[in-house]
Design a protein around this ligand. Structure first.
Ligand code: OGA
Ligand code: MN
Length: 288
């Protein structure tokens, strides 16, 4: 590591179970030593925030690619990508132009979720950049699933150790039905992916709860009633305030979270406010 990177980069943990600010970095001029320090801080703190970054889609994608190859943006409720020429950059926005949303998720609540865990190989990370954000509205919350698992009573840890959960692909985190799916499915046949309820982080070796999203989730081999009761109990535990940090956005904030070991959600906000964010998602590996 170069002396310069050591001297200029500061990692300032939040007064919370997870997350840290990174100061002293310009993402447009990021050397390898600085990146190594960011990567290390990210594995330790799970969510990083870098304020005051003036990045366009190229710079956002270039920074994101240092963590690994990028996944394409998820399927939208309309079926067509928001930026066809930029398949790796997702648009998150409530702005409507000529009657058409320019991005996903609208202004409503985005319920607690992991990004794209309805895929067999969900992304390792998401990088979310606030281009236009109404200050004081639309906070994004993060919950530490390693801390939640560690705090879970041992009997419950043992009970869920070998269970697998279906992660539903049909709706996004704002509840919109994605193009091409029906309203109703049999719980075990539902489109999506099966993942272990407890997953091991491939880089740190640490274990965390891996819940995805609550809506339409189903634990394989259980009746819907048994599965719902167990999932409700796990969810109520997982998002307790002691595991949570809340991001209050400013324009030019870049956030990167470890999608393998945190959940996130977004508060609803006044639909007359304009909010525009661009996101990349870093390709992951099959959860185990
Ligand atoms: C996302 C997401 C939250 C927000 O981009 O994956 O959940 O604050 N966004 O818009
Ligand atoms: Mn999300």
């Amino acid at each position: 590591m170069s002396a310069t990177a050591e001297a200029t980069i500061e990692v300032i943990p939040f007064d919370a179970p997870l997350g840290a600010d990174i100061r002293g970095v310009d993402l447009q001029r990021l050397d390898d030593a600085s990146f190594a320090r960011i990567k290390e801080a990210w594995l330790n703190h799970k969510v990083l925030r870098l304020r005051g970054q003036a990045v366009d889609d190229d710079a956002l994608a270039d920074f994101s690619r240092r963590f690994g190859p990028l996944d394409k943006a998820p399927i939208t409720q309309h079926g067509s990508p928001f930026q066809p020429k930029r398949p790796e950059v997702t648009v998150i926005s409530n702005i409507i132009v000529d009657g058409r949303p320019i991005g996903g998720l609208g202004a409503g609540e985005a319920e607690w979720h992991t990004d794209m865990s309805y895929n067999e190989v969900p992304p390792d990370a998401s990088v979310l950049y606030g281009i236009e954000v109404p200050v004081g509205h639309g906070d994004t919350w993060f919950a530490d699933m390693e801390a939640a698992l560690a705090a879970l009573p041992e009997a419950m840890q043992a009970r869920i150790a070998n269970l697998r959960c279906k992660h539903d692909a049909t709706r996004n985190s704002a509840g919109f039905l994605r193009a091409g799916y029906k309203e109703e499915y049999d719980p075990e046949e539902r489109p999506g992916a099966l993942h272990p309820l407890i997953r091991t982080h491939p880089e740190t070796g640490r274990k965390s709860l891996f819940l995805g999203r609550r809506r339409n989730a189903h634990i394989m081999g259980m009746t819907p009633a048994e599965s719902d009761a167990l999932l409700d109990e796990l969810w109520a535990f997982a998002v307790r305030p002691e595991f949570v940090w809340t991001q209050k956005w400013q324009p030019q904030d870049v956030l990167i979270w470890d999608n393998r070991c945190v959940l996130h959600r977004r508060d609803p906000f006044d639909a007359s406010l304009r909010r525009l964010m661009h996101r990349t998602q870093i390709q992951g590996s099959r959860p185990f």
